[in-house]
Design a protein around this ligand. Structure first.
Ligand code: HEM
Length: 174
């Protein structure tokens, strides 16, 4: 069996963990009423996790460029190969689009992002309330699209493991 490379596995599972954590924290933090220190802390953690996803996604894309993934098993139907390829491309797009929309929303809100409390990420443009109103639902709906694709992706991995009983999931496991 041909596995993914070690760096590809590390990046896959690290990014997966960070996305689940940032997603959960996003839903929790927006439901905290008022402006409490806990809410502000959660917003910061959320942004740090999101920015880390963006950085790791860039590393992952570069790595994938030079290291092709193992081929799909020959037993897979053509429509499944197409569906897997389209899902993977969309997940790559959303790995960038979701954190970028969060950064752009925060920038439009006029709030600086201080990564890990250490480095201030430059604002791409000045605060813009009209743009802020547009980018808030954009960040939300890109997240919902990503969540739907992640559910599909996990369901497909489990089908490969327990129904098809092929090596697809094992190739991403150490
Ligand atoms: C993988 C990365 C990310 C994920 C999965 C994610 C997920 C989420 C989710 C689920 C929400 C709740 C949306 C709602 O219920 O309205 C949210 C809100 C938010 N996110 Fe993100 N996010 C990510 C990256 C970022 C980044 C990089 C930033 C900023 C630098 C950011 C800034 C925000 C802000 C400010 C809100 C609050 C929106 C409001 O004012 O209601 N996010 N995020």
């Amino acid at each position: 069996m041909q596995r993914y490379t070690k760096p590809a596995m590390v990046l896959h599972w690290l990014i997966a963990l960070l996305i689940v954590a940032a997603f959960t924290m996003g839903l929790v933090m927006v439901d905290i009423p008022g402006f409490t220190p806990t809410k502000l802390k959660y917003f910061s953690w959320h942004k740090w996790m999101g920015v880390t996803v963006l950085l790791l996604a860039a590393v992952r894309l570069l790595w994938r460029h030079g290291n092709r993934p193992p081929p799909h098993p020959a037993s897979m139907a053509q429509w499944q190969v197409k569906a897997a390829d389209v899902t993977h491309v969309l997940l790559y797009v959303l790995m960038f689009a979701v954190p970028l929309s969060g950064y752009l929303y925060t920038t439009a809100a006029g709030v600086p992002v201080v990564y890990l409390g250490l480095f201030q990420i430059p604002a791409a443009f000045a605060a813009d309330p009209a743009l802020k109103a547009v980018l808030k639902p954009v960040h939300y709906w890109l997240n919902m699209a990503m969540a739907a694709l992640v559910v599909l992706h996990v369901a497909a991995a489990l089908k490969h493991q327990f129904v098809d009983r092929d090596d697809v999931l094992k190739r991403m496991l150490p």
